[in-house]
Design a protein around this ligand. Structure first.
Ligand code: PXG
Length: 290
């Protein structure tokens, strides 16, 4: 049985990979994580993910018990051990074991988990034909309560939004800020195109600074397409020529309908298709070899 899931201090088989019930990650969602892709045995935008992980940890005052380069090496080893050539990595650092209270001073051993996996979130049909979205009542968490820029283990807010979407037969939800601006989807950033210009919610409106989002900004700039990070309301999405969503797991998905309004001509847009093509090119060629 191959041992490729790292927990605490060593690798385990999938069946034996376990964490303690006293881990604060389990008890309170106290920890941080990253979802990373590797293509053709090369880890995509590895440093960007790792920097975001260390930044999230810093904000919640969690000391990652490994030096940056050591951590990267360990992740590469997990990929090598898995034998997967293409796949997804879930990297987690939780506060570790303490007592049943909140005092982080009692948690002396943060727990690292690395899970290489193979993942297909959406069927091919969704990529070919596009998906439909619904705006849900659950709002993106307030900056003033828990910064939505922290990729914490506590995703209940987004899970509630996802439940609302699936209850209505939709795969993904649009989440608004408390004052009604479009923030993002539950695990994806959102973009729309109007008259050849690409728009996406600014991070101060609760959008995670997604690695795939950054890649779209980069591709647009390289191709001299104007791209604007700004305040967006539902009206802008309903009347857009094209809409698409991006995330490490979903990659790039065209959107053809939002809240029962047909987007553009109801088919994946040509500009989005070009971006997807460029995205494929980059993911095929870039990355840090394992
Ligand atoms: N917004 C949120 C809230 C996210 O959690 C993204 C946008 C996209 O960011 P990246 O860096 O991946 O382009 C995320 C991504 C999943 C999954 O399995 C993904 C995320 C979190 C939980 C699950 O798709 N993060």
């Amino acid at each position: 049985m191959s041992e490729y899931i790292y927990v605490g201090e060593k690798f385990y088989s999938k069946e034996n990979a376990k964490v303690s019930v006293l881990d604060k990650g389990y008890l309170y969602g106290d920890g941080v994580f990253e979802g990373i892709r590797f293509y053709n045995s090369k880890i995509f935008r590895f440093d960007e993910h790792m920097v975001r992980l260390y930044d999230s940890a810093k904000v919640i005052m969690l000391n990652i018990p490994l030096a940056y380069d050591e951590f990267k090496e360990l992740i590469k080893e997990a990929v090598r051990r898995s034998g997967f050539v293409d796949g997804y990595l879930r990297v987690i650092v939780s506060r570790g074991e303490g007592d049943l209270g909140f005092d982080i001073r009692k948690c002396l051993n943060p727990c690292i988990v690395i899970i290489p996996a193979q993942l297909k979130l959406y069927p091919q049909e969704s990529y070919d034909n596009g998906i439909s979205l619904i705006t849900v009542p659950t709002r993106r968490s307030l900056n003033e309560s828990l910064s939505p820029r922290i990729k914490s283990l506590n995703y209940l807010n987004n899970i509630m939004a996802k439940i609302e979407a699936t209850n209505h037969g939709f795969e993904e939800a649009i989440m608004l800020t408390n004052d009604g601006f479009v923030a993002e989807c539950t695990a994806d950033n959102i973009f729309h195109i109007k008259n050849g210009i690409i728009y996406t919610p600014a991070t101060y409106h609760g959008a995670l600074e997604g690695i795939t989002r950054n890649l779209i900004l980069e591709i647009a700039e390289k191709n001299k397409i104007k791209i604007v990070e700004t305040s967006i309301v539902r009206y802008d999405l309903y009347t857009a020529d094209e809409v698409f969503i991006t995330g490490t797991a979903a990659e790039i998905l065209p959107v053809i309908n939002i809240d029962s309004r047909v987007i553009g001509n109801g088919k994946p847009g040509t500009m989005a298709s070009k971006l997807i093509e460029e995205f494929r090119n980059i993911t095929r060629n870039e990355g840090e070899p394992v």
